[in-house]
Write a protein that binds this ligand. Structure first.
Ligand SMILES: [Zn+2]
Length: 282
């Protein structure tokens, strides 16, 4: 775990999304706990040396952001749609055990009594936690999903961008809203934060936003161009590729080809049917 500012920390070493925490004099806020049970338990021990865990924030409902709730104390806070999608995204407990077993035999004892921990407090647009003199602002900022929460700490100059930020990491666009996403990136650009923690990839400064926005604009324009030439969604997915433009996390290697294909199909769908097109979850 790495310290980013006086009160914020990040862990980028675990499988799945990045994990954050805010350590205040009155307790700790965890942001997206690790999904792998042994990692979650190990990290909880580390985090607890900074104080008692008071809140766990899920910045979205994808499995890597929510599975680890079960290994943490504290009140779970998330967007209302994250709560609504929670159980479907996590899958039945049996499938959680099967998935976790693939990480290694040492994981299984930790999920023998696994119980999903749903958000107990939900946010629709904005909510601020005031803990130990630190303001932790949770702000809905759509893009990767309609319900991504940005966690913004104005006093620390730190912003946890959830999966709206893939910084030097293959992005997943398969449920995205491209126009909203670009607006969200412009909004982040205007926020007073010098340290950006992506949902996946490398902790960066604001200079990392524009290249990612440029990629989104470019791939969207390419899909639009294909559509204007009469490409079907399948042709879009076959003729375009951005797979070799980004490093792929070792653990998502098996997901990358299918995520990439669904991403292109999703862009085609949104550009032909509008934002009401059904998302294409992995
Ligand atoms: Zn995600």
């Amino acid at each position: 775990m790495r310290r980013l500012s006086e009160h914020t920390y990040v862990a980028t070493e675990f499988q799945g999304c990045t994990n954050g925490c805010v350590a205040t004099p009155d307790g700790v806020v965890v942001i997206d706990p690790p999904m792998r049970p042994t990692s979650a338990v190990a990290w909880r021990r580390e985090v607890e040396t900074l104080g008692q865990v008071r809140y766990v924030v899920n910045t979205e409902h994808h499995r890597d952001h929510i599975l680890g709730n079960a290994f943490f104390p504290g009140t779970v806070v998330a967007h209302e749609l994250t709560r609504r999608q929670f159980l479907e995204s996590l899958g039945p407990v049996e499938s959680v055990r099967e998935r976790v077993a693939k990480f290694g035999p040492e994981e299984l004892p930790l999920v023998a009594d696994y119980r999903p921990r749903l958000p107990e407090i939900t946010v629709s647009e904005e909510l601020t936690l005031h803990l130990g003199g630190i303001e932790v602002r949770l702000i809905r900022m759509p893009g990767h999903l309609p319900n991504n929460l940005t966690v913004y700490l104005p006093q620390e100059g730190v912003l946890f961008g959830s999966d709206n930020l893939f910084l030097n990491s293959l992005p997943f666009l398969n449920e995205c809203l491209p126009e909203e996403w670009l607006r969200t990136l412009a909004r982040m650009q205007a926020m007073d934060a010098e340290t950006l923690v992506p949902g996946h990839g490398e902790v960066s400064g604001k200079e990392a936003i524009e290249p990612f926005a440029a990629f989104l604009r470019e791939i969207t324009a390419q899909v639009q161009e294909g559509i204007s030439q009469g490409w079907t969604r399948e042709e879009t997915a076959e003729r375009l590729s951005f797979l070799d433009r980004f490093p792929i996390e070792p653990h998502s290697r098996h997901l990358a080809p299918v995520g990439h294909r669904l991403s292109l199909l999703r862009l085609h769908d949104v550009l032909t049917m509008g934002s009401g097109a059904p998302p294409l979850p992995l």
